[in-house]
Write a protein that binds this ligand. Structure first.
Ligand SMILES: [Zn+2]
Length: 403
């Protein structure tokens, strides 16, 4: 039994083999080359196949991928090899080792998530030398738990736990072993990959010998749905590189636009908010350029009012200072946002500014006050600033008319 196990299972670090070309035939894109020995791993079980080079005499044949074609292990080569020739197969160990890191990390991550959500079971998975993607189905996963599972994977990596494999009878699999649905029915024996005492899973892939070999585990994308979570991740130097690049992108901007790195999230939120405010400002500007300021005549009183996104109280006041009011008039400037601000200015009217607006501001849940001519007010946690503005305008109109 043990002698029939392929070398990529027994000793995944062995990277050179003397092989004999069994066949090599053209397809549309490549040549499909087979060898007599069972030493190269084909794609399957959610894991990409081996890559490498076949060296025949002095000539090198690049192995782009290894796949199963009608249950036969087939290497995709760029050139046609001669049947019966002896060759040296050199496995692309960067690809193989990275795949091993990613696959082992997938075990750790799936186990860490399952610990947090026992209802989860494995969904689609793809592991190759660049990255890993894994899907778990059966529960809605919270972001906090996703990130805590990520941290727990990194802790297991640091503990440098040995990874071992064994072949067991499918009938002897117990609940402590993570198994994809249907595996017991399909196979008589199953290969079980154990990571210390903490995890055991049925798997035909390649794995590192110790968790420390993974180096670093980093989630780079996720998608949460009602009943599933989909995660993309990197390990080893590929994870380190992206962390360096990302951190340095922030570090570089921290010099030109001062902020604390731990406030990066708030900085991005602010950027998003500014973008959406700018769009509203542009819309308002188009409106002003097109139609000019809104000025109504209410029974001989001139009433100007504007909805002004992106403005603050100080800038509203600055605008008002530059406007010369002549005769009975009133101005209402309203700056919308989650917090709304307004300034109301009256000139040559029978009542103080407060009279025309304060009741409605209070009624709508805001606060305000002011001197004889100027009233300033504000609202917090506003859902519908347009509605508040419209109500205020209507109320001021009524007071101007009947006041
Ligand atoms: Zn595996």
């Amino acid at each position: 039994m043990m002698t029939s196990l392929p070398p990529y299972w027994v000793d995944p670090l062995k990277d050179q083999f003397t092989v004999t070309i069994a066949d090599s035939r053209p397809t549309e894109e490549h040549f499909e080359t087979t060898i007599e020995e069972n030493v190269v791993k084909a794609a399957g079980g959610g894991q990409a196949g081996d890559r490498g080079i076949l060296r025949i005499d002095q000539e090198e044949f690049v192995v782009l991928d290894t796949i199963l074609r009608d249950s036969v292990v087939v290497m995709l080569t760029e050139k046609c090899a001669t049947k019966g020739m002896k060759a040296t197969l050199i496995i692309d160990m960067d690809w193989r080792l990275s795949t091993m890191r990613n696959h082992t990390a997938e075990h750790l991550f799936a186990a860490a998530l399952k610990e947090r959500y026992p209802a989860l079971s494995p969904g689609a998975m793809w592991i190759d030398g660049d990255h890993g993607t894994v899907e778990m189905v059966g529960a809605r996963v919270g972001l906090r738990d996703l990130f805590s599972a990520e941290k727990s994977v990194q802790n297991t990596i640091l503990r440098d736990i040995p990874v071992s494999t064994e072949i067991v009878k499918a009938s002897e699999l117990d609940k402590s072993i993570r198994v994809r649905e249907g595996v017991e029915a399909k196979h008589e024996t199953v290969r079980v990959v154990r990571i210390g005492d903490s995890d055991a899973a049925a798997c035909s892939g390649t794995h590192v010998l110790r968790t420390g070999d993974i180096g670093v585990f980093k989630i780079i994308d996720y998608k949460m749905e009602e009943e599933s979570v989909h995660v993309e991740f990197l390990t080893g130097n590929r994870a380190v590189t992206i962390l360096y690049d990302l951190f340095n992108a922030a570090l570089e901007r921290r010099r030109s636009h001062p902020f604390e790195l731990e406030q990066l999230g708030a900085v991005l939120d602010k950027g998003k908010q500014v973008t959406s405010e700018l769009a509203k400002v542009m819309e308002k500007m188009e409106h002003l350029l097109d139609r000019g300021p809104t000025v109504e005549d209410i029974g001989g009183i001139s009433f100007r009012h504007e909805f002004l996104p992106g403005f603050e109280v100080s800038s509203l006041k600055r605008i008002l200072k530059n406007i010369t009011l002549d005769g009975p008039s009133a101005i209402l400037y309203f700056a919308p946002g989650e917090k709304c601000n307004l300034v109301f200015w009256s000139n040559d009217l029978p009542h103080e500014a407060t009279f025309y607006i304060n009741d409605e501001v209070t009624k709508l849940g805001g606060k305000g006050g002011g001197s004889k001519q100027v009233y300033t007010g504000g609202f917090s946690d506003v859902d519908n600033p347009e509605g508040i503005y419209d109500d205020l305008v209507e109320q001021v109109r009524a007071h101007l008319l009947h006041g």
